[in-house]
Design a protein around this ligand. Structure first.
Ligand code: TPP
Ligand code: MG
Length: 569
């Protein structure tokens, strides 16, 4: 039996075949969204494309599925550039379905016509236009394959409005495979290479592991946790890798990146990393922030890099190349290690654990004064309140700027695979709220909390209405210090002065939330903070908690060494 389908309907069916449950959109391309809704694919109707793309990002990061965002041609399409750029840099698979002008209107100055291929060239792995109805399945599947295979990232499928209305010819066979998950292929290096690396790990004097954002899926986290335990290896993570292991494990050294100032954990743990003669890196790009300006990696250390992207291997340091997906490569490495004599590792374990325990205690001691109940509240105090209340299944999301640093530097992950989501691909402001919305849709049973600065949050206020309308019960904690904190501080240390942009008029964020139908509270003292947070944890709903925080507080970034952070003790 053949049912005649339009291209738009065929696309909706294709999305269903790939397991798509949500499409982040604002009604456009209308034929596609109507067809999706008719098939039970829920439209998460964003207020602005920037945010919609970022919701799709959060959804893909947490669900392990390829997410789908859709937009109109022209101005709407250009607003997708920023979130796709974040996803491109952070390796998150998103399929963007973008309407294109009708074929016979191309290059005639049609309304809202722009060269989309050029627009998306810098921020997608793949951008193509569907130009005939008979190729619809080929192109839709190609988009999913581009997004989810190899190093994941965004793929853009351009859909001319007239093609969407055409019927798919009867001779076109429907496809059957579901391609909506990632990584699509589980590649592994050769056994010989894995055996060689396992022997190096067994015999090294002081091996360590550094885990990045490429290893935060549940499967990869479980594998890394197993590697840590069976081979007795100290494990660090990058900002994006936070949560890959339990930071309460005796061999966990927490996050190491640019947070190495006086009150940072990194100040205490950096020597453990610098002393390494062998560093096993899993899914990390050795980027600027992750390595503190490429300073943390000892020049004498040997590197082994596990990465799905062959071009990341050896980019900044020479490394033994283990090309493969994090989960299956680490699992294969564990197998190779089980064939090795690990006596040396076992013998060193107690001393390594002791060194790590001393580092954590020193960190706790140096930050203790910052956790005071006295106002104005420090963000560290807010994080301490959160730490007391969160459970391992909760998902913590941060906006760019200091919020990301408070989350990665102050919270302690309680289990392998717990999720801390930071927009460290490009660190664009405004991503905290939409990332948290995508995360909540992906894992509705988890409580989701977004920590945002007042500057960054102003990019996303409008989506508070989406929270209410779509019933997405996340908590947004706004750290209101009244300033563009990082901007002010970075300019101060670089120029001795800062521009007039840095101070804001007083904004009542709680009132904005209430106006959009969310709960909204504003607190400035410790008791109210703790009480309100506990109340929300007990009964999570779409809400905003605005905390008035100390504008003098800054996280202990290396950038401030010797200036804002004076003589280091
Ligand atoms: C889209 C975007 N615009 C500008 C910047 C540059 N920038 C980085 S941090 C920052 C200040 C952020 O202030 P706020 O969100 O209030 O956080 P705070 O540092 O005060 O905690 C700015 C302007 C950016 N990262 N992204
Ligand atoms: Mg601020």
């Amino acid at each position: 039996m053949t049912t005649k389908l339009t291209v738009a309907q065929a696309i909706a069916r294709g999305l269903k075949r790939h397991g798509v449950e949500f499409i982040f959109a604002q009604s456009l391309p209308s034929a596609v969204i109507l067809a999706c809704e008719a098939l039970g694919i829920h439209q998460i109707a964003y207020r602005q494309e920037n945010m919609g793309g970022c919701m799709a990002d959060g959804y893909a990061r947490v669900s392990g599925k390829v997410s789908v965002v859709a937009a109109q041609n022209g101005p709407a399409a250009t607003l997708l550039v920023a979130p796709l750029a974040e996803a491109f840099k952070a390796s998150v698979p998103i399929v963007a379905l973008v309407q294109e002008v009708e074929r016979n209107q191309a290059d005639r100055n049609a309304f809202q016509e722009i060269d989309h291929t050029a627009v998306f060239a810098s921020c997608s792995k793949w951008t193509r236009k569907l130009i005939t109805a008979d190729r619809v399945h080929d192109y839709l599947d190609a988009a999913f394959i581009a997004a989810a295979s190899g190093r994941p990232g965004p793929a853009v499928l351009l859909l001319p409005a007239d093609v969407l209305r055409e019927e798919v010819p009867a001779f076109v066979e429907p496809r059957k495979a579901g391609l909506g998950y990632w990584p699509l292929d589980r590649l592994q290096p050769s056994r010989a290479l894995l055996d060689e690396v396992a022997t190096q790990i067994a015999n090294a004097e002081h091996p360590v592991v550094m885990v990045g954002g490429g290893a935060v899926s549940l499967q990869a986290s479980e594998a890394v946790a197993k590697l840590q335990e069976m081979a007795h290896l100290p494990v660090f993570t990058t900002n994006m890798g936070k949560g890959a292991v339990a930071e309460t494990h005796t061999l966990s050294c927490g996050v190491l990146g640019a947070l190495v100032g006086p009150t940072a954990l990194g100040k205490q743990t950096l020597p453990i990393y610098s002393d390494a003669d062998l560093i096993v890196q899993i899914g990390t790009r050795n980027n600027q922030n992750g390595t503190d300006n490429w300073r943390n990696v000892s020049p004498t250390a040997k590197l082994v890099q596990i990465d799905i992207d062959p071009q990341e291997l050896g980019r900044n340091y020479e490394a033994t190349r283990l090309v493969g997906d994090a989960a299956s490569t680490v699992e294969a490495l564990i197998e190779a290690l089980s064939r090795c004599d690990l006596t040396k590792r076992k013998a060193q374990r107690a001393a390594v654990e002791q060194r790590i325990a001393v580092a954590w205690s020193a960190f706790e001691a140096t930050r203790a004064p910052l956790l005071s109940d006295k106002g104005p509240l420090r963000p560290e105090r807010v994080m301490a309140s959160l730490q007391r209340l969160i459970e391992p299944e909760d998902i913590i999301v941060a906006d760019a700027s200091y919020s990301s640093m408070w989350v990665v530097g102050q919270l302690r992950s309680q289990r392998a695979g717990s999720r801390f989501i930071t927009p460290r691909g490009l660190a664009g402001l405004g991503w905290g709220l939409p990332l948290s919305m995508g995360a909540k849709l992906a894992k509705p049973q988890s409580r989701v909390i977004a920590l945002v600065g007042d500057g960054g949050f102003a990019h996303s206020w409008a989506e508070l209405e989406t929270l209410t309308r779509m019933n997405i019960p996340v908590l947004v904690i706004v750290l209101n210090n009244g300033i563009l904190g990082f901007q002010r501080d970075a300019e101060t240390v670089k120029f001795g002065s800062y521009t007039t942009a840095c101070h804001f008029h007083d904004v009542d964020h709680a009132a904005i939330a209430r106006a959009c139908g969310c709960q909204g509270w504003r607190v400035s003292d410790a008791a109210a903070l703790d009480g309100t947070l506990a109340e929300w944890m007990h009964s999570p709903r779409a809400a905003l908690l605005e905390v008035i925080t100390d504008p003098e507080a800054h996280p202990p970034l290396s950038l401030f060494a010797g200036t804002l952070d004076k003589a280091e003790g």
